[in-house]
Design a protein around this ligand. Structure first.
Ligand code: SF4
Length: 347
């Protein structure tokens, strides 16, 4: 994001958050050093996430889409502090958690924000029964004091995610892919979180199982009042579950909009190209948008283009796009876009 004038202080940013904002991300950067030579000198940086700002309201689902390598997963992991952000603020319920030390982070965030990963096996120990794996975080956070209480909570949770409580003593290899993802969701919910970041949570599943898991996530949201950040490369899946959708390109958020407007009338040329690849059903029958094939390769995040990061592939490029970074600004009520085609707000 490219502001004009003095950058606001973290306090001003926090004060500017709306009362219904659960998560406020401001100018988040996650740059990974590139080291080379015997001395492992830093010779550059991979700018995986570069100056991203957005808000997530309590109870909503925000979808984050973009091609593989655009930085969406890194952004999710930075929010939950699996990576230490290079710069920026992450306000959770008004507290900036971006730089909090682990001992303060743990009671505040490690319980309240959880992740569901693409591969549930990665977070399941094959030698541990389901009950043992799910009670571990409860014990380490000192929740549900005794064994009986923990077992009761876990059985309730298994029922909630569509598994029979009797499977509590089973081992990971005894479950199908869809069941394992239900376990992954149960694991994310075991500490009673408020915000769940689902990172490609249904991408490895068959289409019919994908639909079941999406329905499950929607049911759980309603029952438990959860807020979701749903990260996916699949625009059709995001369309089902999200209330608002953010589009990432080369570490930048280039468009953020309510779902209906974004899928009906995408503003950013990159969003237009992404959506042109999926079929559109209109009232008068099936129709396909005109396919926009982007020229050139995705630039490297270690040397992103100057000016607008999309200018090397944009069909509407203007001379200023090569040098001036477009501000991520409101182009219509509730719609933000980073593109020089959209000047001052038309309202
Ligand atoms: Fe294309 Fe320029 Fe808009 Fe970037 S700022 S998307 S290059 S028109």
């Amino acid at each position: 994001m490219n502001g004009i004038g003095t950058a606001p202080s973290p306090e001003e940013l926090r004060d500017g958050l709306r009362s219904d904002t659960l998560l406020g991300v401001r100018n988040l950067k996650m740059h990974f050093p590139i080291k080379a030579g015997v001395l492992q000198r830093v010779v550059g940086h991979v700018k995986a996430v570069d100056d991203v700002s957005f808000d997530v309201k309590k109870g909503e689902t925000i979808g984050i889409v973009g091609e593989s390598g655009c930085g969406k997963s890194t952004m999710g992991r930075s929010i939950i502090r699996l990576y230490e952000p290079t710069a920026g603020e992450i306000f959770y319920n008004g507290t900036d958690i971006a730089k909090l030390p682990e001992r303060e982070l743990r009671p505040l965030i490690r319980r309240k924000i959880q992740m569901v990963f693409q591969d549930p096996n990665a977070s399941l120990n094959p030698r541990k029964s389901l009950g043992s794996a799910l009670s571990e975080p409860l014990r380490s956070h000192g929740l549900y004091g005794n064994k009986q209480e923990r077992q009761g909570h876990i059985e309730e949770l298994l029922d909630l995610v569509g598994l029979h409580p009797s499977v509590i003593n089973n081992y990971p290899h005894e479950f199908s892919g869809g069941q394992r993802q239900r376990i992954g969701i149960a694991r994310a919910l075991v500490l009673d979180p408020e915000l769940v970041i689902a990172d490609e949570a249904v991408s490895a599943l068959d289409v019919s199982v994908q639909a079941q898991i999406i329905n499950l996530l929607e049911d759980l949201q309603e029952k438990l009042g959860l807020t979701y950040i749903f990260i996916s490369h699949d625009l059709s899946v995001v369309r089902h579950i999200a209330d608002r959708v953010g589009v990432m390109y080369l570490g930048n958020l280039v468009e953020l909009s309510d779902k209906e407007s974004l899928y009906e009338e995408p503003l950013h040329p990159y969003t237009q190209a992404l959506l042109s690849a999926i079929p559109v059903i209109k009232k008068d029958g099936a129709q396909q948008r005109e396919r926009i094939v982007l020229k050139g390769d995705l630039p490297s995040p270690s040397s992103p283009p100057q000016g607008c990061v999309f200018h090397t592939r944009c069909p509407y490029k203007m001379p200023m796009c090569e040098t001036v970074v477009p501000e991520f600004r409101e182009a219509a009520p509730g719609r933000q876009v980073a593109c020089h085609l959209y000047g001052e707000p038309p309202f």
